[in-house]
Every structure is written in C-alpha cells, then in structure tokens.
Design a protein around this ligand. Structure first.
Ligand SMILES: NC(=O)c1ccc[n+]([C@@H]2O[C@H](COP(=O)([O-])OP(=O)(O)OC[C@H]3O[C@@H](n4cnc5c(N)ncnc54)[C@H](O)[C@@H]3O)[C@@H](O)[C@H]2O)c1
Length: 260
C-alpha cells in the first residue's frame, strides 16, 4: 500500500531534476501522475522512464495551463494533487536584467504557480478534496546577490501558498517546500567545481548538497494524510543551510575556540 493510493496528480517542470523525482515518487506511492513541462523532448523521455502521462505546456501561459489541467483531469478521471514545481533562475546584477529575462523568471515561478492554482483549485474543490504543494526556494526567504527576480518570484510563491491555504481551506490543503542547494541539471554547473562544492558542504549543517529525491520525499509527505493537519506552511528542505548566521559566525566561533 502506498501513501498516495487513489490520488491523481499533476506535476509541473517534471521533465528534469526535482520535478521528475517528485513525479517518480508520487507514482511509487500509488498516485496516477501527469507530467507537465515546456520542453517536449525531455518531457516525453521523462514520462516514458517514470511511467506517467505527458502534457506539454508553458506554465506561464494561463490558457495553456488551464487546458493542461483539464486534459490531465479528464485523462486521469479527476485531479487531487497539484505540484507547482516549474522554475528557472539566472544570476546577474539587478540593474542588468532585461524585461525578457525578468519575465521568463517571474512567469515560470510566480505566474506559473498562480496559473496552476487558479486552474486546479476549482476542480479539486468541486471534487471535495485536494492538496497543492508549491516549490519555492530558500532564496525566497534569504536572497543571494544576483538573484533579485528569482528571489522575489520565490517569495511570491510562499505568499501565494499562504493566500491559497486561507481561501481554499477546509477543502484543500496548500503548502510549499523551500529547497536549499539540490543537485540537479540547474545546479550542475555550480557544483562541477570541486573546491566550490566543498565550500557549500562546509557551510551546510548536514554537511552536503541535497538530492532531488530528498525534496520529493517531503513533497510526498505533504501530499499524504500524514500531513492532514498541515496547511499554509513553508517547509525548508535545505540541510539546515538557513541556520548559520554569516554576520556573526566567524566572530563567535573565534570566541568559542577560546573557551576550549
Ligand atoms: N536545484 C536547486 O538547488 C533548487 C533550489 C531551490 C529551488 N529550486 C526550485 O526547484 C524547481 C525545480 O528545479 P530543478 O533544479 O529541478 O531545475 P531543472 O532545470 O532541472 O528543472 C526545471 C524544469 O522546469 C521546466 N520549466 C521551466 N520553465 C517552464 C515553464 N515556463 N513551463 C513549464 N515547464 C518549465 C524545465 O523545462 C525543466 O524541465 C524550480 O522551481 C527551482 O527554482 C531548485
């Protein structure tokens, strides 16, 4: 028996990385799954590998996202789980982002999450049950230099989560996860440099970068009845990376060393 037997799920950004791991885990827990992604070729390959259905859509396009939700619900015989995972990032000084790059980032995360909730919530409310999990980021709580549109879009995903939890309770539960640094195609270029990776490991209380499967496990938990009294939360999945204080860490550790 799986944690999600009888559920019907739609996962966005499911052709790669965290979304693909979420689709795979929800299937393993007994849910039917429709994978949605903008990248047709990667999507078809991922769906064939994990075993779900595939629908190509840009989550930033409201009409297309609405049609994708309709198509998935009609093919699966309903919709009870939605995971808004699609997202893209970039790194450059705030004043160097073009309108196009800003739109690409905000459309995938913030508008995409809004579009997903707007399309799926009425279907779930009509059916009398449903769970939505959004994928935000630690950047939405503690931004890093160079990520302004991404950090703002992820902060908006956390806010949308709270709004939707208020508006759709008690019928629906709506939560989000905020991954820290997770090894996926998005972060592969960052992690390819061994000394840089060792620095990430050193600054993370759990001593390493996370895996897509570790995020997927938390998403499966939030989707399941194990979390039946949990709504409106933002759960970091970050190995404790939000804990260290960059401001005082060096100073206090010098004092701590003197107490030995
Ligand atoms: N990897 C990390 O360290 C990390 C950390 C925090 C948050 N996140 C978030 O997790 C989510 C997944 O990231 P990942 O690392 O697996 O990235 P990834 O690049 O491996 O996968 C993202 C997927 O989303 C799809 N996508 C992008 N824009 C889309 C759009 N407009 N419509 C539909 N699909 C779209 C891509 O085609 C891709 O398949 C993102 O929201 C990302 O911001 C990742």
């Amino acid at each position: 028996m799986g944690l999600l037997d009888g559920h019907r799920a739609l996962v966005t950004g499911a052709a790669s990385g965290i979304g693909r791991a979420i689709a795979s885990r929800l299937l393993a827990e007994g849910s039917a799954v429709t994978l949605v992604d903008i990248d047709r070729e990667a999507l078809v390959a991922a769906a064939a590998e994990v075993g779900g259905a595939a629908v190509v859509a840009d989550v930033g396009d409201g009409d297309r996202m609405g049609a994708a939700v309709e198509e998935a619900a009609s093919a699966m015989g309903g919709l009870s789980l939605l995971v808004n995972n699609a997202g893209v990032g970039a790194v450059r000084p705030l004043h160097r982002y073009s309108d196009r790059e800003y739109d690409r980032i905000v459309d995938a995360s913030m508008r995409g999450t809004f579009n997903g909730i707007r399309a799926a919530a009425p279907v779930m409310v009509e059916a009398g049950r449903g769970v939505i999990v959004n994928v935000a980021s630690v950047s939405g709580m503690r931004p890093t230099r160079g990520e302004a549109p991404y950090a703002a879009a992820k902060a908006a995903v956390i806010a949308l989560t709270r709004s939707a939890a208020l508006e759709y309770g008690p019928t629906l539960r709506v939560n989000c996860v905020s991954p820290g640094l997770i090894e996926t195609p998005l972060t592969a270029p960052l992690l390819a440099d061994a000394p840089r990776r060792a620095g990430f490991d050193r600054r993370t209380p759990l001593g390493r970068v996370g895996t897509a499967e570790e995020v997927a496990g938390v998403v499966a938990f939030l989707c399941s009845d194990l979390a039946s009294y949990v709504t409106g939360v933002n759960l970091p999945v970050d190995g404790g990376s939000l804990l260290p204080s960059a401001q005082v860490e060096g100073v206090l550790s010098a004092l701590l060393a003197q107490t030995d």
